[in-house]
Design a binder for this molecule. Structure first.
Ligand code: OAD
Length: 258
């Protein structure tokens, strides 16, 4: 059943129900959750899009025009992962995932981030809707595989042995994000939607809060500052994710153990 159909069946009002660990929570994360680990965001001052033109490094057209530049951009970001560690926000979400599973609930963690800090922070299930830096895809044979090294036009696909056909397993502008049906289904079945560290400026992710809201699902934002669609959230906590996310998770855990 798609989101629109569910919307017709559910009352379109804001239901402020008490959250507990046996409920279903969908969390969407963005670059802000990794900022406290030292990973650059995109749109903050000095962010990635202040240094690079996204049309050159993050579009199929840019890759066709200058694949070497695109490889260099992602090689730098991939190797940069060796220099960073997950922070308290990543770790708190991993703790919440376990607590909710133990209590019969579920935490669906959807991330726009292509780093692996959620996994290294302990999360078992992470839906990377914009792909993953540490994966590559062969444009000849289609195989996706884990990848730690640099890519170049001289790199051979280990599966089909074609040369220069491996590209970053990253969703570029103009491409369809991954897992869209699964995310829509998770939102349709959610008791709460929580957005963490995203500016709310890139669709379709920026539209999730609107979908959740139209289904009567309470929505909360945790961000350094109000995002572009802050007005759509029922509740918000502003401050660094590494402080605010653990506080939220502890509040949730302690409200249950009382
Ligand atoms: P942005 O750079 O657009 O937004 C980052 C958000 O994090 C901003 O709202 C900041 O205020 C907030 N922020 C910064 N530091 C923070 C901190 N320490 N704690 C909490 N919040 C903090 O990044 P995204 O919203 O993730 O897509 O960007 C979405 C997509 O745009 C990315 O996935 C990427 C980019 O182009 C593709 O490349 C396809």
């Amino acid at each position: 059943m798609n989101v629109t159909m569910r919307g017709l069946l559910r009352p379109v009002i804001l239901i402020r129900c008490h959250m507990d660990l046996s409920s279903n929570i969908v969390v969407l994360t963005g670059a802000g959750i990794s900022a406290d680990s030292g990973v650059a965001t995109f749109r903050d001052s000095g962010g990635i899009w202040a240094k690079y033109d996204y049309r050159e490094v993050a579009t199929p057209e840019g890759y066709a025009a200058n694949p070497t530049l695109v490889h260099e951009f992602y090689n730098l970001r991939r190797s940069g992962l060796n220099e960073v560690e997950p922070n308290a926000a990543h770790q708190a979400l991993a703790k919440l995932e376990i607590a909710m599973a133990d209590a019969g609930g579920s935490l669906t963690l959807v991330t726009q981030n292509v780093d692996d800090l959620h996994e290294r922070g302990g999360s078992k299930s992470v839906w990377h809707m914009h792909g993953e830096l540490r994966k590559v895809r062969c444009t000849a044979c289609g195989q996706i595989r884990h990848w730690q090294q640099d890519l170049s036009l001289k790199t051979e696909c280990p599966a089909c042995h074609a040369l220069g056909t491996l590209r970053p397993h990253i969703v570029w502008f103009g491409e369809m994000p991954m897992l869209m049906d699964e995310i829509a289904e998770a939102i349709a079945n959610a008791d709460q939607f929580v957005s963490i560290g995203t500016s709310g400026s890139v669709y379709p992710a920026a539209g999730f809060v609107g979908e959740a809201r139209s289904l009567g699902i309470p929505c909360m934002e945790i961000n350094l500052e109000p995002s572009e669609n802050a007005y759509l959230f029922d509740a918000a906590f502003y401050g660094p994710a590494a402080e605010q996310v653990p506080l939220w998770v502890e509040r949730l855990l302690s409200s249950v153990s009382r």
